[in-house]
Each structure stands twice: as structure tokens, then as C-alpha cells.
Design a protein around this ligand. Structure first.
Ligand code: FES
Ligand code: MG
Length: 573
């Protein structure tokens, strides 16, 4: 092979002719690999976040086989390795608590093994940022492959969307408009195929973000998991990573400031999840790219939303793919993008999208006549959120974007659940629901509980939205006038901790203002009485709470910020 191969990091294991070389090659040969597998060809780690505990990622073993095919075809040596898998639907107290832990698993698995290039197989919400963050810390040639969304949910003749349909139907049950039997039947109708949530929830959002960053092949985001074109793109991804190693096309050449700006604009254009804010800040932090919460507002908030998908609109990911997928959206917003940003296929974003067709203008609207105007994430500030809070105006009620109301305060999610159905609770639709202690340290892990269900007596009037404020996140499939990620959070003594029942709160999204109408002197008096809630005393949860950064910085662990590369560690024997 070429002389360049001697520099490949895998040769520090497989290229040695001594006792250590025997150990590294010999044990690997147990799986039947011939001796020439170790001759210096690119060794590709296929990082598999598949697990049966994560239903959205349970088909990844099959995808990994297609990636393997592609790697072999291109002359590489593929080795699949598992990493911690993060599922939204099972993992308690919240998958987000473990995003940073999984990212450490990914980072150390890559750096500690004979790997020259990496394929990241990602799906359920947190698995995507976790793998991207871990790989970014190593900066090897890396390519992303998403697991793909489920087919449209079909219930009694109608399409129903993941998550979004659950939030809607559970409120219908609480309002007496749907029976428990119908609700149970909907479970298997919504989730009838492999893949991730097929709304523009966090999984689909992050798949779009990965493609917009240039980290996957074009079309990766939207191909349904059950469509055989998903297997084909897996195979093409396997072929491509081998070439990327030969070209030494590392993550730092793709994940530039321009790429992140493109991703922020695309997130607005697809009506993406608020969770993308935190994940993108964390990925940028690993690359050493300067990106702030304020950038989200500056770069993205004026952007229109083009995509008519739930939770902001009507359609689902399967419709999105048939309409043309992400390249069709990016072509429409091309004037706003950095078209020279490089992508993993070796071409620029501009090259990749310039001829992208759109087959359905009901699903993908145009830049000139978009689905929603000024739809990007808005960043709010004020005495209630000195370091910022976020809201997704495209999923909110326009009439509530400027609202002043009386606070009804819940000290924890358990406190909320205990009291919200109580008919004697002093609350109406003009009130502002405030939830505390659900931030990074408070929950811990910043759970998706910010979209609090409304009280039944309000629902019965046919009202489906109220202003809600918390330091939590919300599911990307959720909707409503919901202020999230309030920083600093309540459990570290942020002003949110000081709100009391009856205080007046002012939300003014056009002015980007979140104001608690209580005097500074009174807030100081309350602060003196404030007691910090107890926090975890051992294990990963303690490590997390001791080191996690606040939401406006991306909620990464402070000691993981910054890239440390993939220098070959010292020999193990
Ligand atoms: Fe896994 Fe939505 S719960 S992608
Ligand atoms: Mg989620």
C-alpha cells in the first residue's frame, strides 16, 4: 500500500511486527479476518447506537451490515462497535442526563481503538448529539448516518404523528372527547414501523441538522427507516468513509462556523426542535467553534419556516421525503446559506443542493411564500432569565406571544402532577404556569417536561394553549406557547426560583423580553430565604451535577469542552 498508510493510526496497532502486533492482529483474526486485512487499509469504526432498549434504534444492526458492505467494497476494513444507546421513551430520569456520558463512551472508544475513520449510526433524539459530540472531540474523518423516521402513523383513516398525536389525544381524553379504548388502540397505529419519530421532533430535527452541517450524504435526514433506500444510503456511507480517510477529510474541515450558521438557518426552515439549540451549542463547544445562544436569535429568528410538518404544521417525515427531502428545502433558502461550506461527500453544500427538485409544494413551501414567517427560535432575556430562555414561535399561539399574566407556580414536576387536575386550583387561561427545578442540575438532566398539560377546567372551554415557563426542555414533537431553558435554572438559585403564586409575569416575544414584575428589593428578600434543593451524592449523576454547564452554554460537562484529537495512546501491554 502507499506510504501514507504507515501514518494511519490503526497501523500503530496492526502494523507492528513484535509481540504487541501479534496481540492486536491475532485476537482480531478470531472473527475470520485474513492477514491482509491488517495491511494498512483504512480501518473504519462503525459506531452503533442500536439497542432493543431504544425502539427507535433497534434496526441498526441491519444498517451496520450495509455500511460494512460499503466499507469492504471501497477497500476498507470495517469493525462495528456498540456505544451507550439513549432512548427518549424508556430512559429515566431523562435521556438528556446521559447525553454527555454517552459522548464520553464514543470519544474514548474511538481514541482508544485502532480506528482511522468513523461512521456514526444515530437515531433517537439524544443518540445523535452524543455521537457527534464524542466524535468531534476526536476529529477523525467521520460521517453520519441517521436511522430514518417511521412511516406515517395511521389511525382510523387519519395520519397521526409521533409525540404530537400523543400530546393531542391525551388532552382529548382528559377533556372527555376520546375514550380510553380508542387511546390504547392508537398506540399500535402510531408506531407501526421501524425508525424514529416521524414528526419534526428532535430526532428528525437532529437528522436535518447533521445533513445541514454537511456531516452526512445528501438526503440522509428524511429517507424512512423502512424504505430500502435507507439501506442503500448506508452502503454509500460505508463506501464514502473509506475515501474520506484517504483524503484525510476530518471533522474540523466540515464543522466550521459557517456550517453551524447553515444548521441554525435550516433548523428554522424546517420548524426544528428547541432541543437543537442545546445540542448544537455543545457540538460547537467540542470543536472549539465560537457559537452562542444569541447567535440562534441573530442568525435564525428572521428565517421563515418552509416545511408544513407536525408539530408546527400538518404533514409527516414520509411526506417530506417524497416531496424532495432536505435538499429541496435548502435549495429554497440557498441565498441565506454559506454555499461554500464543505460536506462529507467532498462537495460543497451549494453543489449538493443546486438542482434539488421539489415534488410537493403543499409540504415544502417556497422562500417567497413560506409556511410561516419569522419562525426561528427566539431568545428571551429579562430579570427572569438573565442568561436567556428560548421559545419556538412557530409552535406557539400568535395571540399569546405578548402576554401579561398571574403566575401559578409548581415547585417540581411531581407538585404539578399532584395539583393540576384539582378543580379548586386557582387558575384560568390568562395565568402563566411556572415550573421550577427541572433544569440541568435540578431534575437532574433537564427533562422534557416544559410543555405542561393544561388544567381540565381550561381544556373544557376548548382552550388548548397557555403561557408556560420553566427551566426544562420540551419534546421536539410538542407545541404551545412554552418558554424553555430558562437560565440560570431554579435549583442553582436562578430568579425562576424566586417566583411565587400571584406574581405578574410579562412575556413579550417581539421585544425578546421575559419580565417578572417584582421589585429588586423583594427579590433580594426572597433570595435570602431560598434553600438550595438536595442534589445527587454519588455516581454519574453527581459527576454530572458537579460539572454540567447551564443550558445557555449547551449543558455539556465543563471538562469536556474543547477538542483533544485522536493521538494514539500508549501501548496497553
Ligand atoms: Fe425515539 Fe422519538 S422517541 S425518536
Ligand atoms: Mg424527545
Amino acid at each position: 500500500m502507499t506510504t501514507k498508510n504507515e501514518k494511519r493510526r490503526s497501523q500503530a496497532w496492526f502494523g507492528k511486527q513484535d509481540r504487541d502486533g501479534f496481540v492486536h492482529r491475532g485476537w482480531t483474526k478470531k472473527d475470520g479476518h485474513p492477514h491482509d486485512s491488517f495491511d494498512g487499509r483504512p480501518v473504519i469504526g462503525i459506531c452503533n447506537s442500536g439497542s432493543e432498549m431504544v425502539p427507535c434504534n433497534s434496526h441498526f444492526h441491519e444498517l451496520a451490515e450495509f455500511v460494512r458492505r460499503g466499507v469492504l467494497e471501497a477497500g476498507g476494513f470495517p469493525l462495528v462497535f456498540p456505544v451507550m444507546s439513549l432512548g427518549e421513551t424508556q430512559l429515566r430520569p431523562t435521556a438528556m442526563l446521559f447525553r454527555n456520558l454517552a459522548s464520553m463512551d464514543v470519544e474514548e472508544s474511538i481514541r482508544g481503538n485502532p480506528i482511522d475513520g468513523v461512521v456514526l449510526i444515530m437515531g433517537c433524539d439524544k443518540s445523535t448529539p452524543a455521537l457527534m459530540m464524542g466524535a468531534a472531540s476526536c476529529n477523525l474523518p467521520t460521517i453520519g448516518l441517521s436511522g430514518g423516521p417511521m412511516l406515517n402513523g395511521k389511525f382510523r383513516g387519519k395520519d397521526i404523528g409521533s409525540g404530537t398525536g400523543v400530546w393531542m389525544m391525551s388532552e382529548m381524553v382528559r377533556a372527555g372527547q376520546m375514550t380510553q379504548e380508542e387511546f390504547t388502540e392508537a398506540e399500535s397505529c402510531m408506531n407501526r414501523s421501524r425508525g424514529t419519530c416521524m414528526t419534526m421532533g428532535t430526532a428528525s430535527t437532529m437528522a436535518c441538522v447533521v445533513e445541514a452541517l454537511g456531516m452526512s450524504l445528501p438526503e440522509n435526514a428524511a429517507i424512512p427507516a423502512s424504505d430500502t433506500r435507507r439501506n442503500r444510503i448506508a452502503q454509500m456511507t460505508g463506501r464514502r468513509i473509506v475515501e474520506m480517510v484517504r483524503e484525510d477529510l476530518r471533522m474540523e474541515k466540515i464543522l466550521t462556523r459557517e456550517a453551524f450558521e447553515n444548521a441554525i438557518r435550516v433548523n428554522a426552515a424546517v420548524g426544528g426542535s428547541t432541543n437543537a439549540v442545546i445540542h448544537l451549542l455543545a457540538i460547537a463547544g467540542r470543536m472549539g467553534v465560537e457559537l452562542t445562544l444569541e447567535d440562534w436569535d441573530r442568525i435564525g429568528s428572521e428565517m421563515p419556516c418552509l416545511l408544513n410538518l407536525q408539530p408546527s404544521g400538518k404533514y409527516l417525515m414520509e411526506d417530506f421525503y417524497y416531496a424532495g427531502g432536505l435538499p429541496a428545502v435548502m435549495r429554497e433558502i440557498a441565498p441565506t446559506l454559506h454555499l461554500n461550506a464543505l460536506t462529507v461527500n467532498g462537495k460543497t453544500i451549494g453543489d449538493n443542493i443546486k438542482d434539488a427538485p421539489c415534488y410537493d409544494r403543499e409540504v415544502i413551501k417556497t422562500y417567497d411564500v413560506p409556511f410561516k414567517d419569522r419562525a426561528g427560535i427566539a431568545v428571551l432575556k429579562g430579570n427572569l432569565a438573565p442568561n436567556g430562555a428560548v421559545i419556538k414561535p412557530s409552535a406557539a399561539s400568535p395571540s399569546l406571544l405578548q402576554h401579561r399574566g398571574r403566575a401559578v407556580v409548581f415547585e417540581s414536576i411531581e407538585d404539578f402532577r399532584t395539583r393540576i387536575d384539582d378543580e379548586s386550583l386557582d387558575i384560568d387561561e390568562t395565568c402563566v404556569m411556572v415550573l421550577k427545578n427541572c433544569g440541568p442540575c435540578g431534575y437532574p438532566g433537564m427533562a422534557e417536561v416544559g410543555n405542561m398539560p393544561l388544567p381540565p377546567k381550561v381544556l373544557r372551554k376548548g382552550i388548548t394553549d397557555m403561557v408556560r415557563i420553566s427551566d426544562a426542555r420540551m419534546s421536539g414533537t410538542a407545541y404551545g406557547t412554552v418558554v424553555l431553558h430558562t437560565s440560570p435554572e431554579a435549583s442553582v438559585g436562578g430568579p425562576l426560583a424566586l417566583v411565587r403564586d400571584g406574581d405578574m409575569i410579562e412575556l413579550d416575544v417581539p421585544a425578546r423580553r421575559l419580565h417578572l414584575d417584582v421589585s429588586d428589593a423583594e427579590l433580594e428578600r426572597r433570595r435570602a430565604q431560598w434553600v438550595r434543593p438536595p442534589s445527587p451524592e454519588r455516581g454519574y449523576a453527581k459527576l454530572y451535577v458537579d460539572h454540567v454547564q447551564q443550558a445557555h452554554l449547551g449543558a455539556d460537562l465543563d471538562f469536556l469542552v474543547g477538542s483533544s484529537g485522536a493521538d494514539v495512546p500508549r501501548e496497553s501491554h
